[in-house]
Each structure stands twice: as C-alpha cells, then as structure tokens.
Design a protein around this ligand. Structure first.
Ligand code: ASP
Ligand code: MG
Length: 413
C-alpha cells in the first residue's frame, strides 16, 4: 500500500444514527472538513442512513420470504451507497473536494460468503491516489467484492470492520468510530443505571464483549484491529469528549473485571434420552458445521443409565436451519427448543489471574437464588446461561457485587 506521511491520516467511521437525516449528514460534512483543514488526509467510512438497512431487509422479505443471499447483498449495499454519495455532495458544497467509492471500488476484497463475508485483502490503490490528490475519500462501509467480482456484505454492523481494515491498510495508528453512544460501558446503561464508561480496554476483552452480545463494535473489526495493531477510538458523534480506546493489553495497567454483557438472541436446542450421547453430539456438530451454523455452547449431561441429554445454544435466527439439519442426522430424535434463555458474560483479564473472582460471581448469583442453566469459563470470560426473565436482575447484581459501578478503571473485585 502506498504509504502516506505518518500522523497525517485520519480514518473515521460514522454510524447510521450520525447520518440519519440531511442535517446530520451536513454536520458530518462540517466535521470532516474540519479535519481536512488541519492538513490531514481523510478517509471516511459510512454506514447506511438511520434504519435503512433494516428497512431494505424488510422490503426483501415482503417480496420473498427467503431471499437469495446474493440478491440480498445487492440490495443491502444500496444503503451505504446512498450515504456515501450524499456525504460527498455535502462536502463539495462546503468547497472541499470529495469522492465516494463503493466497497468494490475501494478494493475491499472478501471471500464469497454472502451476507457475512470476511475481508481477505484491501487493495485500496484508488483510495490512495485520491488522497494524494488532496481529496477526502468516502468509502461505503459493510461491503466488498469477492475474487469472482460478486458484491458481498460483511454482516450487520460490518462498517466498523471496513474502517479498521482501511486504517490497517494505510498504516494508520488509530481510527475513530463515531457512534450514538459515548463509548463502551461496563454494562448496557439502559439496563444498569450505574454503568460507567470504560476509558481503555484491551483487544481481547473487547473481542469477548462484542462476541458475547455487546453491539457497539462489530467483533470482526476488533479482530482486525488486534491483528494489525490499530488503536480504535469509539466515541460519540455528538460530543467532543474522549470515548473508549481499544488497544493492546500492554497499554493497560489494571487487570480486573472490565465489563458485563448479555445475549438474548439465542435458542437452546436439546435432544433427550440419547444413547452414546458423545457420539451423537459429534454427528450433530458435524452436520451443523457442514451447514455453516455456529454453535455458541454445548453440553452433554447424563439423564438415566446409558442415556444422556445434549443441549446446544445458537443464534436464534439459525433455529430453523439447525433443526432441519439435526432432523436429517437424527430423524427419530426427541428435540426440544427453548428461546427463553439468555447468556450473561463477565469479561476481564482478572478472571484468569485472580481465581477469587469466579467464586464471587457464583456467590453473587446464589444470593439471588438464581439457578444458572449452564456455566462456561474460558480465558478471560465467564458465561452464565439464565432464564431470560432473570437476566436483568442478575446483570444488575453482578455489576454492583463486582464493583463495576465505582468510578476508577478496571475492578479487581
Ligand atoms: N448498515 C449496516 C447495518 O446496519 C452496516 C453497519 O451499520 O455497520 O448493519
Ligand atoms: Mg447500520
């Protein structure tokens, strides 16, 4: 990639809320011009305006209940194309030169998995050339092109990943993700009034939080940031204050509990009374893997002699395809589904370095008389499955008991 003078490049992403109306687009244009005036090269990655992507999705399903994924990608990418062109117009109206590019024009090369493609390479030569000409370059987020020249999308929230990937390609030390919240919080502030903004968080912690339900950053963007060492600054489009810095663990002094997140978009599928439960589970996992259906957790427990129960948790929108696949492998199975389950995940480097924390989490849940449906720990995360109706109470209690409502950095609990 053509190198630009270091420190002279900013890469910024603006989310859908920040671009939701013509007035907001003009505000973003003014902000971007402000950066340009400081003699910087500017790349701006945009999301679709407001809830455009949801609307396009709805539109697709009214025409066809199961739209072909290729066509869905053709449709959904239109959202970002609208905002990129409008932002470019608003910038040129302020007397500055801008040019907008689709993902394909920007050289975002992905694999072929429509609706959740992975970036393979960034060949942003055109972006580089335009920057050198002094133009502000606006890139449609969330989209790319496969080697077979098919248009792809990166999965919901994927414009964060476009932003980080471009920052990595141009060797930028940092990128800004402008969004409608002030940063990453110790828990969802809508559920936990005492939640605090986190000033600095490691890539690993952020990856776990994003993966286990936090929606502020797309988890793949964190993966790319970690791989290429790009610092990510998540901040509000509407305020000047610092948000949250996502960076290498070495930059962070405290190792405690960083935050709690939850996921209620899950379904649990269980099979009862199976003999050779381990063998059957293996076949089920293989079948799901073959259909590209990810299993978040699974458990085998003994029920009666020689028989067992297999339960697996997966994303709710994968329920039908998963049931279909499992019935192919186990035509006579007694399948049970439960959508009333949520997972709560407690994340922080302190979890593996301080064993007392796990005990504290269990004690905190026990004090609520709450029966966890499942617990799994790995590295810096402890995930507890509970009845969805109990989730908020549990998160609030854990947040207090782990000391996350106190003002200073990560908690040692
Ligand atoms: N517009 C897409 C979505 O809503 C991508 C993004 O916002 O990052 O998921
Ligand atoms: Mg969006």
């Amino acid at each position: 990639m053509a190198k630009l003078k270091s420190g002279a490049l900013v890469v910024q992403k603006f989310g859908g809320t920040s671009l939701a109306s013509p007035d907001r687009i003009k505000m973003v244009a003014a902000h971007v011009v402000g950066e340009k005036k400081q003699d910087k090269h500017v790349i701006v990655v945009v999301s679709a305006m407001g809830d455009t992507t949801d609307k396009l999705f709805e539109l697709a399903t009214t025409v066809s209940p199961t739209p072909p994924k290729r066509e869905l990608d053709m449709l959904l990418t239109a959202g970002e194309r609208i905002s990129m062109a409008l932002l470019s117009m608003a910038i040129s109206d302020l007397g500055y030169e801008a040019i907008s590019f689709t993902g394909s024009q920007s050289g975002i090369v992905t694999d072929t998995s429509h609706t959740r493609a992975k970036i393979l390479d960034v060949r942003a030569h055109r972006v580089g050339e335009e920057l050198k000409k002094g133009r502000i370059v606006i890139v449609a987020g969330f989209q790319g092109v496969s080697p077979a020249k098919e248009v792809t999308t990166l999965g919901r929230g994927g414009s964060d990943t476009t932003c980080v990937a471009l920052a990595a390609a141009f060797d930028a030390e940092e990128c800004d993700i402008f969004t409608d919240v002030d940063g990453i919080y110790t828990a969802d502030p809508r559920l936990v009034p005492g939640a605090k903004k986190i000033d600095i968080i490691s890539y690993d912690e952020m990856l776990e939080l994003s993966f286990c339900g936090a929606e502020v950053l797309h988890w793949r963007s964190v993966e790319v940031a970690r791989r290429f060492g790009v610092r990510v600054h998540v901040r509000s489009s509407f305020r000047k204050e610092m948000g949250t810095i996502v960076t290498a663990r070495e930059e962070i002094e405290t190792a405690g509990i960083r935050g709690i997140t939850h996921d209620s978009n899950l379904v649990r599928i269980s099979v009862r009374d199976v003999g050779d439960a381990a063998g059957v589970a293996e076949r089920m996992l293989e079948a799901l893997e073959g259909a590209d259906i990810g299993v978040r957790f699974f458990q085998i427990s003994a029920s009666s002699i020689g028989k067992g129960i297999i339960s697996m948790m997966l994303q709710r929108d994968q329920k039908e395809p998963a049931l279909g696949r499992i019935s192919e492998v186990l035509p006579d199975a007694d399948l049970d589904t439960d959508e009333g389950i949520a997972t709560i995940s407690v994340v922080g480097h302190g979890l593996c370095s301080k064993p007392g924390i796990a005990k504290k989490i269990l004690a905190s849940l026990a004090s609520l008389d709450l029966q966890p449906e499942m617990i799994s720990t790995s590295g810096i995360t402890m995930t507890i499955a509970v009845k969805e109706t109990e989730a908020v109470r549990a998160i609030q209690k854990l947040h207090t008991d782990l000391g996350l409502d106190k003002p200073e950095g990560a908690k040692s609990a």
